[in-house]
Design a protein around this ligand. Structure first.
Ligand SMILES: Nc1ncnc2c1ncn2[C@@H]1O[C@H](COP(=O)(O)OP(=O)(O)OP(=O)(O)O)[C@@H](O)[C@H]1O
Ligand SMILES: [Mg+2]
Length: 234
């Protein structure tokens, strides 16, 4: 497999100081995610799911350890270097959309492509096609506050996909949505995975979504532990 299709955390540790007590969230954790994988990260609040996703997606640096991608350790890069890698290879969807409120849906989706240096025409065409794909072709010119919660989350998904990243990460992508909108976003995530063959790593408390993934993992003593899907409760 191409080296740029594998992300590998190696001996990663991260400890937070909170209230004077150190909290060791990740402890010499080693884990590989490959293009094509679909993985749910589940487990109780505070166990370290978001921390793990943020380190895996190079949004956050650990205290120790490496993130190997394309034959190098991404944590050797400076912040601008990391931002470039994220822009080109990783898409993120969060519980709250993180769209820029003063811009329209179309402008928000175009933004990562423009940052990557893509011409305005191509960026606009890609963004339009993606907004169409997530059912928002009638909302291109709406600013973020003029979109419903479900529409905002679908726009955020379109934005995450505009650079066609091989790795798509989502942290509670439907934690803020009602059941119908949640199903809609779940279906979209799986369809996009099927179409593109990207990796899909989702932190979720939604066991329906977790069961749709090939693998379910949690954190135990700061390391990855596989979860048996039949043990997942709604
Ligand atoms: N910036 C920080 N400073 C101090 N402690 C932190 C910080 N970020 C996270 N923590 C602690 O690290 C632990 C793991 O946090 P994390 O956000 O990864 O949990 P989580 O599994 O995503 O929880 P949830 O399901 O509630 O989102 C928690 O105990 C949290 O209090
Ligand atoms: Mg979290």
């Amino acid at each position: 497999m191409d080296r740029s299709e594998v992300l590998e955390l190696s001996e990663v540790s991260k400890t937070f100081m909170g209230g004077g007590e150190p909290v060791s969230v990740l402890k010499e954790l080693t884990w590989t995610v490959r293009r094509g994988d679909t993985i749910a990260i589940v487990g109780p609040s505070g166990i370290g799911k978001s921390t793990l996703l943020h380190v895996l997606g190079a949004l956050d640096r650990p205290d120790r350890g490496r993130l190997l991608f394309g034959g190098r350790n991404l944590f050797d890069l400076d912040d601008a270097g990391l931002a470039r890698i994220r822009n080109r290879h990783m898409g993120f969807v969060f519980q709250f959309h993180h769209l820029l409120p003063e811009f329209t849906a179309l402008e928000n989706v175009m933004m990562p492509a423009r940052i990557a240096g893509m011409g305005i025409r191509e960026a606009r065409e890609r963004a339009k096609a993606l907004l169409d794909r997530v059912g928002l072709s009638h909302r291109l010119g709406h600013r973020v506050p003029q979109l419903s919660g479900g529409e905002q989350q679908r726009a955020a998904l379109a934005r995450a996909l505009v650079m066609e990243p091989p790795f798509l990460f989502a942290d509670e992508p439907t934690g803020n949505l009602d059941i119908e909108n949640s199903h809609n976003v779940h279906d979209l995530l799986l369809e996009i995975h099927a179409e593109r063959g990207c990796a899909l790593v989702v932190v979720t408390h939604n066991m329906d979504l977790a069961r749709m993934m090939q693998r379910q993992v949690t954190l135990m003593h700061g390391r990855i532990a596989e979860v048996c899907p039949s043990s997942l409760h709604i």
